[in-house]
Design a protein around this ligand. Structure first.
Ligand code: FES
Length: 210
């Protein structure tokens, strides 16, 4: 008589492969330093939409790889009233980090007065913003897709005070314009509107150029 017990079918399950995002992975031979993938302040994610800048002390995330639920939000509203002059925050929109920086008067003067003729991707600051104090750009390097550093005051920001991409050394100014390659293009500006003086809606095209 066979007394062997049957093995439960659920005893072994294959481990799930780690979620990865091929589009976000730079093609560099060496992986970017961990710093570029860390310490981002996430203010908004998922379909919930509205968030407050006052909550920007938490949570931190350890990876910039977007989760599926984060990538789904078509529009994200951000309350920016708590953001002080000189501060920057990062929100997620469609799986991409969006850099929001409240620029200082000195920064605004600097980017407005610079002659862009010899720039890699010549573009006037006024064509990239809706209100001089607020710069909103997609925080993805236009070379191979790394996330540049510069959102925190302690980050390396490069010679022009904007962002520095440590993957291959691209440097961006406070208008998000590339000032040193190999990045070929300025940081892209996402569609957005000001719902009111202290609320941004990212994902909606502005109907009027201010
Ligand atoms: S990904 Fe190459 S310089 Fe940014």
């Amino acid at each position: 008589m066979n007394t062997k017990k049957a093995t439960p079918k659920t005893a072994k399950r294959p481990l799930k492969a780690k979620n990865s995002s091929p589009k976000k992975t730079p093609l560099a031979k060496k992986p970017p330093p961990q710093k570029t993938r860390r310490d981002f302040l996430i203010l908004a994610s998922g379909a919930a939409g509205a968030v407050g800048a006052g909550s920007f002390l938490y949570p931190f995330i350890s990876s910039m790889s977007p989760a599926a639920d984060v990538a789904a939000a078509a529009e994200v509203e951000v309350d920016i009233k708590s953001l002080q002059v000189g501060q920057a925050i990062t929100v997620m929109w469609r799986g991409k980090p969006i850099f929001i920086r409240r620029r200082t008067p000195e920064e605004i003067k600097s980017v407005q007065e610079t002659d862009v003729t010899a720039f890699i991707d010549p573009e006037l600051d006024k064509d990239r913003i809706q209100k001089p104090e607020w710069l909103i750009v997609i925080g993805v390097c236009t070379h191979l897709g790394c996330v540049p550093s510069g959102q925190k005051p302690t980050d390396t920001r490069g010679k022009y005070g904007g962002w520095f991409c440590p993957c291959h050394g691209s440097v961006y100014d406070v208008s998000g314009r590339v000032r040193k390659g190999p990045a070929p293009k300025n940081l892209y500006v996402p569609p957005y509107i000001f719902v009111d003086d202290t609320t941004l809606r990212i994902g909606q095209e502005a109907t009027v150029n201010v």
